[in-house]
Ligand binder design. Structure first.
Ligand code: EPU
Length: 422
């Protein structure tokens, strides 16, 4: 297993570009199952999760290929008939694979998708995906660890459905099912993340009729068929946010290109509160870290709240603050796995249920640490950049699921970072 080695204590300076958003690319790639033909999806990050979804589409009889000549373009060929199955072996490595369920049952009238299990950050049920699909008329059976879904008479029908709680991939799954259903659908209490808006944009480009994405209520008028996708994926606000935090570390000065300011507002507000300067520049944002951060309390929440996917990275900044901060995680039940690793670097953090209380320390000191999940890994890299001495981040495969060659992006900013192949 690869590891990342960082000789920390050097403030980062320079410019870095955000890649395409993993969490927008994945559902958009799954949306290709809604139409036969050749789909072109651009600005797709080259990540383990994207390759896993490509393998899953391959298992169904489609072809997903990167076009070497066209940077970041993924071509997906969907044949006249697919094998509508997502096997356990692939779903277990990436729970987001469940986003194929809606498109499969909508377009092909049936689907057999392995139930994703729990994961390092919590239980992560899919009850809302299933309730939403059932409201559209899907018949669902859970057997041998699989969800088997069928559309009676081959087509779903429109309906009004209210999500019990906001779910990002749940909203995406049901939205993708409704675009080919017969009649109108009103989805209420939808998640409002920018990735949902990007998916809706891609679907509209295919001929779908959707309004209200980005708000609580999404209205969809089903159409009989869709054309292939030709879409450019939005920039990754979480990767961008990770680099913004790197710039906010003491002495940092980092410009993140491609970052959409409206997508990172909650983070930027907190960065300004801790004393970093955040300046709009052409095509992105520049962050200048100003000495030791001031403490601030953070509470995660669905968009436009502070993203749970930035909680671990923000924690690194607050570990170094000149005073005490509190971080409350409201989205996932078990997303403090990074705390014990940060403690190994000298952070002073106490966790009580959903809240972590941080007493800022003047500095961290490098040590070997173990990544537990994707965003926790990113936090450990940031902590290693700030810490004096050498930090070794193990289990880097978590990081590779969501960050495109992070060491190659950080090194030009002055980071002394390298990957050691296993
Ligand atoms: N939930 C339910 N029932 C459901 C679905 C969700 O109770 O049917 C609960 C979850 O257990 C959780 C909350 O609702 O407590 C929110 O979960 P959500 O469904 O919104 O999460 P997700 O769609 O599984 C996506 C991202 C995650 C990100 C969350 C929250 C993708 C592929 N994944 O997951 O990204 O943390 O939204 O913003 O879009 C990551 O990239 O590192 C990552 C984990």
């Amino acid at each position: 297993m690869d590891k990342i080695l960082i000789d920390g204590g050097v403030p980062l300076r320079g410019s870095v570009a955000a890649s395409g958003a993993k969490n927008a690319a994945l559902p958009i790639i799954a949306a290709s199952l809604l139409a036969e033909g050749e789909h072109r999806i651009r600005n797709v990050p080259d990540l383990a999760d994207v390759r896993t979804l490509g393998r899953l589409l391959g298992h169904m009889g489609c072809q997903a290929e990167r076009n070497a000549g066209e940077k970041g373009a993924l071509w997906v060929r969907v044949p006249a008939a697919v094998e509508p199955e997502a096997p356990y072996e692939l779903v277990k490595t990436m729970r987001a694979s469940v986003v194929v369920l809606g498109p499969l049952v909508a377009r092909w009238g049936k689907a057999r998708v392995s139930m994703p299990g729990g994961c390092a950050i919590g239980a992560r049920p899919i009850d809302q995906h299933l309730k939403g699909l059932a409201a559209l008329g899907a018949e669902l059976h859970l057997e041998h660890g699989y969800v088997e879904a069928t559309a009676p008479r081959g087509r779903l029908h429109g309906a009004t459905f209210t999500f019990d709680g906001q779910t990002v991939t749940g909203t995406e799954n049901v939205m993708m099912a409704a675009v080919l259903a017969e009649g109108e659908t009103l989805l209420r209490n939808c998640a409002r993340e920018p990735e949902i808006v990007d998916l809706a944009d891609a679907l509209r480009g295919m001929g779908a009729r959707i309004e209200g994405d980005g708000t609580d209520d999404i209205w969809i008028e089903g159409v009989e068929s869709l054309r292939p996708i030709d879409h450019v994926v939005i920039a990754d606000r979480i990767e961008a946010g990770t680099f913004l935090v790197a710039g906010a570390l003491p002495g940092g000065d980092v410009t993140v290109k491609g970052c959409v300011p409206a997508h990172v507002e909650a983070l930027v507000e907190k960065l300004r509160t801790v004393g970093a300067q955040v300046l709009p520049v052409e095509g992105g944002l520049r962050v200048v870290g100003d000495g030791r951060p001031r403490p601030v309390d953070v509470r995660t929440g669905p968009h436009p709240g502070f993203p749970t996917d930035m909680q671990a990275q923000m924690m690194v900044l607050l570990c170094l603050a000149d005073g005490s901060s509190k971080i409350t995680e409201t989205v996932f039940e078990n997303r403090f796995m990074h705390v014990q690793e940060l403690q190994r670097l000298g952070a002073d953090i106490a966790v009580d249920g959903k809240t972590a209380v941080l007493k800022g320390v003047p500095g961290l000191s490098g040590a070997p640490v173990m990544a537990s999940d994707l965003r926790a890994s990113a936090a450990l890299v940031l902590a290693g950049l700030a810490a004096q001495g050498t930090t070794e981040v193990h289990r880097v495969y978590h990081l590779d699921r969501g960050y495109e060659r992070i060491e190659e992006k950080l090194a030009p900013l002055g980071a002394r970072i390298r990957r050691e192949k296993a």
